[in-house]
Design a protein. Structure first.
Length: 116
């Protein structure tokens, strides 16, 4: 997933945050409450990595996030979660591994020819 944006980058002001908290207190529908809660947490700048909450993973996957949310008491299907992440503008990409130093003699390692 791409890095989370700050509340300021999302365009949320202090006034917006107060309105969100007021709406949370007044919400009667569980689905509406969960959506407001998610937006409120983002507005407060809270990002949660899997390692910080006890999972042995460096990044979230949809199945892992579904399991985590279920343990928190929020039932959501993988399909719905993918759709919501996409609607929020979040994208998932595989990790790109980079060697710390260049390999010595890369031509020889790739089968390059030797001058005699």
């Amino acid at each position: 997933m791409r890095p989370a944006r700050s509340p300021a980058e999302l365009g949320l002001t202090a006034h917006d945050k107060r309105k969100l908290k007021r709406a949370l207190r007044q919400a009667r529908d569980a689905r509406h409450f969960r959506r407001l809660l998610a937006i409120t947490l983002i507005a407060e700048g809270k990002g949660t990595s899997p390692e910080k909450v006890g999972w042995a993973s460096h990044g979230w996957t949809v199945p892992l996030l579904c399991t985590h949310l279920q343990r928190q008491g929020f039932e959501v299907s993988a399909r719905t979660l993918r759709r919501r992440l996409h609607e929020a503008g979040l994208a998932w990409k595989r990790p790109h591994y980079v060697y710390a130093t260049a390999a010595p003699h890369p031509g020889q390692k790739k089968g390059g020819s030797f001058a005699v």
